[in-house]
Design a protein around this ligand. Structure first.
Ligand SMILES: [Zn+2]
Length: 239
């Protein structure tokens, strides 16, 4: 069987038969794809720990008629700080779920891959909700679903002070038809939309502002991405 190597994140895995798992991989070269990890459900499998969600590995894949088969894999990065903190881990898993819901399999998205890697690294040391918002906004931009925070989406009027966000219209509106948006939340979202990852270090929005921004953007995402965002439904439990 011909083999090829692939540097990829495991985003999720699920059981296949009694002893195997199917892994959903996200690589710079190929975007989203799936492969079979044979024997990964057996106790003592050397593959099991390496195909955990959010671990980045260099895979050696054997081409097969249906799905490639993982023949070797070597860990590149494990992000231990994510696994030591439940709120970081949940936010990171949400990004993985969102990525799987948003991107089509087999289409390379090198920028999205680089940002996913940067986001996980930044989540290890920065507020995970801040990083998650940044990643979500950039991904929405890629998909053509960029929400407007500075001008009314209906009439183009510049927005100042308290405003309203309409998930249906995809941005702020000057009529009072939508979710109430405080100036601070709006400014934070607008700032994050333009920010590079290195600029996140200098942003320190309050927890409450981030929470509001997260809920609001979540409504926007729900309407646009057919997301089976299972992980995000657990977030409220974390407070
Ligand atoms: Zn308007």
């Amino acid at each position: 069987m011909p083999t090829h190597s692939l540097d990829a994140f495991t985003l999720r895995s699920y059981p296949l038969g009694e002893s195997d798992r199917i892994v959903v991989l996200f690589s710079r070269e190929k975007g989203l794809g799936r492969a079979v990890a044979k024997g990964a459900r057996k106790s003592g499998s050397s593959l099991a720990g390496r195909i955990e969600p959010l671990v980045r590995c260099r895979f050696l894949l054997a081409a097969c008629r249906n799905l490639d088969i993982v023949s070797q894999c070597e860990t590149v990065r494990t992000f231990p700080a994510l696994r030591q903190d439940l709120s970081r881990l949940m936010q990171a898993l949400c990004l993985a779920e969102l990525t799987m819901a948003a991107l089509a399999e087999g289409e390379p998205h090198p920028e999205a891959f680089d940002r996913f890697d940067e986001a996980l690294r930044s989540m290890c040391r920065l507020d995970p909700q801040l990083v998650a918002l940044w990643y979500q906004l950039k991904l929405l931009d890629d998909l053509g679903y960029r929400p407007s925070f500075d001008f009314c989406v209906l009439c183009g009027t510049p927005i100042e002070g308290e405003s309203f966000f309409s998930p249906r219209e995809g941005g702020v509106v000057c009529c009072r038809d939508g979710l109430r948006l405080s100036p601070l939340v709006r400014e934070t979202l607008s700032l994050l939309q333009e920010a590079g990852i290195s600029e996140l270090d200098s942003l320190h929005p309050e927890k409450e502002v981030l929470g509001d921004a997260h809920r609001l953007l979540g409504e926007h995402i729900k309407l646009r991405i057919d997301a089976r965002l299972k992980a995000s439904s657990l977030l409220p439990l974390l407070g």
